[in-house]
Design a protein around this ligand. Structure first.
Ligand code: ADP
Ligand code: GLC
Length: 479
């Protein structure tokens, strides 16, 4: 079975979040199961630089405002998975964030940049661009690829089926309705039953309406997005497509995320946790934190946004400090949140450290060095960092939403008794609830025997890609 994954970012070449990790890890997991999985990505500078054996395959010609468009083929680093890359210098050869220009605003031609991605996918699916390969299923990820099923439907001879995965419904890919002509979208599709969304055009909605199956990245989020609280105005569409919508949990690439990775000070395992103590000391030294704190070291590696509940954390910081605990933050995001954390660090230099920036290697040192990993999200489709934290014996403290609810077992008295607890969970997105769970986690931290038992249980949880890949394969076969 031949599967084409289509996405806008892929680790380690271009990454702004968990999407890149998933798109890098799922195709090789499918290949391991005997499927022929390939990827299609835009020719962003990081992708053109990082791919091996990149060769021109087909000259596509002018499209979507780009005079020169060439389809290249090559292999992804590490996994060696076969990849198609769209080289359209005018649209894609821009350094920095793939979606946003240096002025902090979305690129004004994003509709054309991502329409091209969907349009090329549809033509590969038609067998027009690679005479030697045609997919049975095209699997498109997030709003950037929402037009894939729309363009595919324009070819009456199309045999390939489509799967569309929602990684984050909050980004709906909204553009002016006037764009439709430039994008070659038929006017009959510009209705509320099609891709029109409150007088605009939504790429996300296009993916939801026109794909054969919809998945999202956890079972709980698949239920949540059918409600107004989490549906971002698309809950009606998602309810209509109810039978075709399912949740498949993301996995973790344990080759990259495990406590003997080369980035950390000393490796460790469930048999010997000494290395974790060395990692904590090293992280405290690196960040200039005191080594005298009596409480645990909490860590955050995240986009600093309200989705991630970072305002709640700032509000609950006094509760954390009152317990003699410490906080280390690695992230970038909304200006006021960055400033809030920086202020907190300058006011408590011994116990709060903040690194504003994106640093993959440093994120591994945070995972290994911290005692508790915070993910207090307002909504969380899956969340990967709590899964990484589990493997490092860094107990996740999360809100009970989306994939966080599906992957962390709360250390209640009952769960501790039953030896199934792996972290801490709170319910309401309010400062008091987060503060209370932080306090309780600090208390448990002082019970070393119980703490280590929970750490060991966390470390043996298996969220590898094997199960998820098997679920995707079953879905493809059902099509
Ligand atoms: P989301 O995709 O919503 O941001 P996920 O938990 O799915 O959330 O994935 C986030 C990914 O980005 C993880 O791999 C995490 O380690 C990484 N990440 C986020 N912020 C940073 C940062 N400042 N530096 C390094 N890695 C980061
Ligand atoms: C999105 C979500 C995150 C998820 C990731 C990968 O960025 O916000 O929860 O883990 O996609 O699916």
């Amino acid at each position: 079975m031949r599967i084409l994954h289509v996405a806008s970012e892929i680790y380690p070449l271009v990454k702004t979040g968990g999407l890149a990790d998933v798109v890098a890890a799922l195709p090789p997991a499918l290949v391991k199961r005997g499927l022929d999985a390939r990827v299609l990505v835009p020719g962003l500078p990081g992708i053109l630089k990082g791919m091996s054996d990149l060769k021109p395959l087909t000259r596509i010609g002018p499209a979507f405002g780009a005079a020169v468009v060439t389809l290249l083929s090559g292999r992804l680093p590490d996994s060696g998975v076969q990849a198609y890359v769209i080289d359209a210098p005018f649209l894609y050869r821009r350094e920095g964030n793939p979606y946003v220009g240096p002025d902090g605003h979305d690129w004004s031609d994003n509709h054309r940049r991502f329409a091209l991605l969907g349009w090329v996918a549809a033509h590969i699916a038609s067998g027009e661009l690679d005479p030697d390969w045609q997919p049975d299923v095209v699997h498109a990820h997030d709003w950037h690829t929402g037009l894939v099923p729309v363009y595919m439907a324009q070819n009456p001879g199309m045999k390939a089926a489509t799967v569309f995965t929602v990684h984050n419904l909050a980004f709906r890919g909204i553009f002016s309705l006037d764009c439709h002509a430039e994008l070659g979208l038929p006017t009959r599709k510009l209705t509320p039953h099609g891709i029109e969304f409150h007088g605009k055009l939504s790429f996300m909605k296009a993916g939801l309406v026109y794909s054969n199956r919809i998945t999202t990245v956890s079972p709980t989020y698949a239920r949540e997005i059918r409600t107004p609280e989490f549906g971002c105005g698309l809950e009606g569409v998602l309810r209509d497509r109810g039978v075709d919508l399912s949740g498949i949990l993301n996995g973790v690439d344990y080759e990259i995320w495990n406590p003997d990775d080369p980035a950390i000070a000393q490796s460790y395992s469930t048999d010997n946790l000494d290395g974790k103590i060395a990692c904590k000391s090293a992280l405290q030294r690196e960040l200039g934190l005191s080594d005298k704190a009596i409480g645990p070291l909490f860590a955050v590696v995240s986009r600093l946004t309200s989705q991630k509940g970072m305002d709640l954390l700032l509000a609950a910081l006094p509760d954390l400090l009152r317990e003699g605990a410490q906080l280390a933050v690695l992230g970038t995001g909304e200006g006021d949140l960055e400033a809030g954390f920086q202020y907190a660090a300058s006011a408590n230099p011994e116990n709060v450290a903040v690194h504003i920036g994106y640093d993959e290697t440093m994120s591994h040192r945070f995972m290994a060095g911290a005692d508790i990993f915070l993910v207090p999200s307002r909504f969380e489709p899956c969340g990967l960092t709590q899964l990484y934290a589990l493997r490092y014996g860094t107990l996740p403290l999360v809100r009970r939403v989306g994939g966080l609810a599906d992957t962390v077992v709360d250390a209640t008295a009952e769960n501790l008794q039953a030896d199934c607890a792996t972290g801490f969970v709170f319910n309401d997105a309010v400062r008091q609830a987060l503060g209370a769970r932080i306090r309780e986690a600090c208390i448990l931290y002082h019970d070393k025997a119980t703490w280590q038992k929970v750490q060991r249980r966390a470390m043996v949880q298996d969220y590898s890609w094997d199960d998820s890949a098997a679920n995707y394969e079953a879905l493809y076969r059902s099509l």
